[in-house]
Every structure is written in structure tokens, then in C-alpha cells.
Design a protein around this ligand. Structure first.
Ligand SMILES: [Cu+2]
Length: 223
């Protein structure tokens, strides 16, 4: 390092290295953001994926409070739950999902990560997408973890997502799958029977790379 031996340049070099360190740190955190990516139900969109999709570039816009009040309260509660829409998982559940997640906390995966995702449990006017009663659900696996299985539940007719936090007693298992090899998307055919109106679709994605279980609530209106 010939440059280091020139005393006059020491200060300048120190500044340059400090700047480089900051830039490297920023790049590392950006890369970590990508490396830590996991996934979510993207169709119908999970609560936080939908909020991120609709408002991620404009999340401080106060009109959200009227236009999309449940996203507003979720963004206000914890922005990291939106940026980390792909990180709603628990580890080491060993298949005992009902034991790990209390009633009323299904949409936050039993408040995984503390209170981070807790606002997703709140009942209210979540934006819902219109679906026919037979539809194809799509999970986006950014990390290509694979799936041991997917379980898809739909809320019972009469359950009201605008007034009641989701419990195990509010949902019926409507689809369960075998393994999926690692890929970007896992799709599963769902038949919601004779349900009509507003419902919650609840998904458990058991990833294959480790005992990592994901939990997603998506709001739908069946035609
Ligand atoms: Cu992951």
C-alpha cells in the first residue's frame, strides 16, 4: 500500500475508507434483504403483501387511513411487517401448528417475532379480492425453499373478518398437498364449496429446507 506511506494523504484516505465502509454497509444490508427473502401468498394477496404492494412506495400518504384503513393501522403499527411481508414464519413448530398459534392470532403466526405482525390479526375492512369459489392459489417462494406441504383453509360461512380475529374454530381445511420441489411459485387448486361473500383464506406453507412454517391470511370475496 504505497499510498498509505504518504502522510499528507492519510486524512483523505481515512475519509475515503470511512465512506467506502458506509457504502459497503449499505450494500451488505441490501444484499441481506434479498438473501433473507422467503415468501408469501401473492394470489389472493396476503394481508401484508397486499398492503406492501398497494402502499409500499407511498406508505406515509394519510389518505390510506380512509382508502385502506386496515393497511393504515398495520403500517402505523410496524412498518417492518410490511417490508418483511415475506418473513411471516415460525421455526421448530414440528407440525403442531395449532399448539404454536393461539386462537385470534392466526394471521400473525401466533405473534411471531413479538408484536411485529400483530396488527394483521386485527379484524376490520381489509381490502379483499373477488374470487370465484374455485380458484388457484399462488405462493411466491423467493428463496426457493420448496414445500413439504401446503394446507389451505377457508373461513366458515358466517364468520365475520370485520369483527372477529381469526381462530382455528373459524376455518375449515379445504386443500392439502404433497411436496413441491424448490421453485418460484407453488400453486394449489382450492374449492371453497358453497361459500359466498367475504372470507379469509388461511395458508400454512411448510418449507423444506428446515422446520420453517409460514402462515398467511388473505381476504377474499366469493362471487
Ligand atoms: Cu425462508
Amino acid at each position: 500500500m504505497a499510498l498509505m506511506s504518504v502522510p499528507a494523504n492519510k486524512n483523505l484516505l481515512a475519509r475515503a475508507f470511512a465512506t467506502l465502509a458506509v457504502v459497503a454497509g449499505l450494500m451488505a444490508s441490501l444484499l441481506t434483504g434479498v438473501a433473507a427473502a422467503h415468501g408469501s401468498t401473492v394470489d389472493p394477496p396476503s394481508r401484508n403483501y397486499g398492503c406492501w404492494q398497494r402502499w409500499g412506495s407511498d406508505f406515509q400518504n394519510p389518505t390510506m387511513a380512509q382508502q385502506d384503513p386496515m393497511c393504515w393501522q398495520a403500517w402505523q403499527a410496524d412498518t417492518t411487517a410490511m417490508w418483511n411481508w415475506n418473513g411471516l414464519y415460525r421455526e421448530g413448530v414440528a407440525g403442531n401448528h395449532q399448539g404454536a398459534i393461539p386462537n385470534g392470532q392466526l394471521c400473525s403466526g401466533g405473534r411471531t417475532g413479538g408484536m411485529r405482525y400483530a396488527a394483521l390479526d386485527n379484524p376490520g375492512q381489509w381490502k379483499a379480492v373477488t374470487k370465484s369459489r374455485q380458484f388457484t392459489l399462488d405462493i411466491w417462494d423467493q428463496a426457493r425453499h420448496g414445500a413439504d406441504y401446503l394446507r389451505v383453509y377457508v373461513s366458515k360461512q358466517g364468520y365475520d373478518a370485520t369483527t372477529t380475529p381469526l381462530g382455528w374454530n373459524n376455518i375449515d381445511l379445504v386443500a392439502t398437498t404433497g411436496r413441491y420441489a424448490p421453485s418460484d411459485h407453488y400453486r394449489v387448486a382450492v374449492n371453497a364449496g358453497s361459500r359466498t361473500g367475504r372470507h379469509v383464506v388461511y395458508v400454512i406453507w411448510q418449507a423444506s429446507h428446515s422446520d420453517q412454517s409460514y402462515y398467511f391470511c388473505s381476504d377474499v370475496i366469493f362471487q
